[in-house]
Design a protein. Sequence first.
Length: 275
Amino acid sequence: MAIITISREMGSGGIPIVHQVAEDLGYTLVDGDAIKDVAAKYGLSDETLQQVDEKPPAFVEQLDRQIELDMNRIQLIVLEAALKGNVVIYGRGGQDLLPGINNVFRVRVIAPFEDRVERWAEREWIDPDLARSLVRKSDQQRAGFIKYYFDRNWSNPIDYDLVINTARLSVDMAVQLIAEGVKDQNLVEKKSAGKAKLKDLILQKKIQIARLADKRIEDIWFHIEVENGHVVLSGHVYSEEERQAAIDDAQQVDGVTGVTDNLKIVGYRNDPLDH
């Protein structure tokens, strides 16, 4: 169940690297095109993917809930692909979707800003000033996406096992480094434990999707934990109806072996203006 996640900066040359890695290793590539191919099965349209995929939220309450729902559906696609093993996850916060799974090889592809601008201008046949604006916007957008959904600094090198600067290394060398790195014994020895944890993450994600889609539940921020198929719900809801809806949503997910209800009912709601 080898899993490679590749984070990239726009114009860094990540696309040819990720395609060659997948081809050379015989791995399944999970990228924007792969997600688009199966999106309809998860209730996602092409328009939704354009609005949500790798984008930070809109900060409009009603819209944000729909965005959160759609984002969780995209994440479920990634997690279920990862469970099959031998995958390369390109972007989408791949490594952040797999907490506690230690057989993930985390790669980041970078290059100096002006090098990336030049590459993007040449690739898209556009004016360098426009390319500079697009690359800067992409950096801000992807950094905001990772910060909002995973509370992590996108560019922190300590969060990666391998950082490749394509201004210094060729595509072939980058691919060679990744192919060798994923074979490290420390990763190989942890595959079985990772698969069990990944199954729990998929159940957790399915319950989150059910919660977000359930109009009976106003407070969508109570906690969901899953271990060996057993679900623990904790935090607060605003009514007995919401509590029962949360339990029902968890129990109806295939693979859940039991539900422990630690939810508390509170009789107040926070005023969004009281900040």
